[in-house]
Design a protein. Structure first.
Length: 432
């Protein structure tokens, strides 16, 4: 379990983009104190509140020591600490008014409460102060997690009435908050409203729109969303390609997956080998070996170099079909391309030989491997294993390494133990 300091480091690391003003409740002790000190050390302004004045005075001196400010006096301190009881509405309202009057509206609220954040937002909207987009983002994300979607719609209405310059960004944030929680109808309505107001939908929002339909909608809804994206002439980025591909794989629609990949364009260099690997997978999963080989050669002719995922999805198909000669040629090709085998590659070779009781010939294939004495690793894309499954050697190796984490495992050691295990299981005779 991570410590308080670790959590504070993680939260502080997320605050980027220059100096920020961060509001932290419960700042006098525990995680709130650790987070405040870390924020001050990173050059941010801390606005904190607690019920203990003595602890606040002590913390202020520590914050001044941690910050980069040359002055450590409380009068010139960039930090503000308030004696506030967040359980009382009147106390929270006074805090919000005080921050607005001092023009110290926070960009981010950490370890805070929804009520406090909403009051601060209302105070900003009803005054001449323009709230930051960071504060809006924190508030919307919190409401989305609490599933207060009506509050998000209310905030959009407030921003629209004030005619803030970053209204398009607010719409994009709302679309993301609705989508990530699976509220596709609200997301659709917000997008339609955004377009009706004349705002342009950027690439990030359009791709997120497709991703959320891929995750929570039906295939028909997902394809309709992709069709709308194509009409805008916005390119589907890698995240959208992966999301739609996973949706097709979940439904075992591998023929449609191939059609989708060809429609997007197999020649796109910006996504590397992802498109080709997904296309090859659509053939490998159904063991269409001739089509698999044909498309692999087409990939090479198009100027793409195969990576570890390309080789392993082919090796999995060869291993399951007991095509030893093709498996050996693939290993030779890997060596020629300087592609390092991983645990999946070794699993294909070991399972193919031992399943056919050819363990004595296993060394012939292993001699082609250049990293037998290195630590095992998995560099293959996860979608290959999700579709093709893990072999017996792969599963056993993960169990061995999980059981004894202190041992310096190598591929050679794992293979030796697994071969002994298989040999013992073959020597058991049952008496009935």
């Amino acid at each position: 379990m991570p410590t308080m300091a670790t959590n504070a480091m993680a939260a502080a690391a997320a605050v980027t983009g220059g100096q920020r003003t961060v509001l932290i409740t419960g700042v006098s002790r525990g995680l709130g104190r650790a987070l405040a000190l870390e924020m001050a050390k990173r050059g941010h302004c801390v606005v904190g509140c607690s019920r203990s004045q003595d602890k606040l005075d002590s913390l202020l001196s520590h914050l001044n020591d941690s910050s980069s400010s040359s002055s450590s006096s409380s009068s010139n301190s960039p930090h503000l600490l308030f004696n506030v009881d967040v359980r009382l509405n009147s106390s929270v309202e006074e805090l919000a008014k005080g921050l607005v009057e001092k023009k110290r509206v926070p960009d981010i609220i950490e370890n805070g409460q929804l009520q406090e954040a909403q009051m601060l937002w209302d105070e900003c909207v009803n005054s001449s102060v323009v709230p930051s987009i960071q504060l809006l983002s924190s508030l919307m994300v919190t409401y989305a997690k609490k599933r207060h979607f009506d509050r998000i719609s209310g905030i959009l209405t407030q921003i629209r009435n004030r005619n803030f310059s970053w209204l398009p960004v607010a719409y994009s944030l709302a679309i993301s908050c609705f989508g990530v929680e699976g509220q596709l109808h609200l997301m659709e309505c917000t997008l339609s409203e955004m377009v009706s107001m004349g705002f342009k939908v950027d690439s990030r929002t359009a791709n997120a729109y497709v991703i959320y339909y891929s995750a929570f909608g039906s295939l028909a809804e997902m394809e309709a969303a992709y069709g709308r994206l194509k009409k805008t002439r916005i390119l589907l980025e890698e995240g959208g390609i992966r999301a739609m591909s996973y949706a097709y794989m979940r439904e075992n629609k591998f023929y449609k997956l191939g059609e989708f990949l060809r429609d997007v364009g197999l020649g796109r260099r910006t996504v590397g080998n992802l498109m080709w690997n997904l296309l090859l997978l659509s053939y490998a999963v159904n063991f269409k070996m001739k089509s698999l080989q044909r498309e692999f050669l087409t990939m090479l002719d198009a100027g793409f170099r195969p990576d570890i995922t390309t080789f392993n999805l082919r090796a999995l198909a060869f291993s399951k079909m007991n095509l030893f000669w093709d498996l050996h040629l693939s290993l030779e090709h890997m060596r020629h391309e300087n592609v390092i085998p991983d645990l999946v590659t070794y699993g294909c070779v070991v399972d193919a030989y031992l399943d056919k009781r050819l363990g004595r010939n296993l060394d012939f294939a292993l001699n082609k491997m250049i990293n037998l004495d290195e630590c095992p690793s998995i560099m293959t894309e996860p979608f290959v294993l999700e579709v093709m499954g893990k072999g017996e050697f792969h599963l056993s190796s993960e169990a061995f390494m999980e059981f004894n984490k202190q041992k310096n495992w190598t591929y050679r050691k794992l293979i030796g133990i697994y071969v002994k295990k298989r040999r013992r299981s073959n020597q058991i005779f049952w008496n009935y």
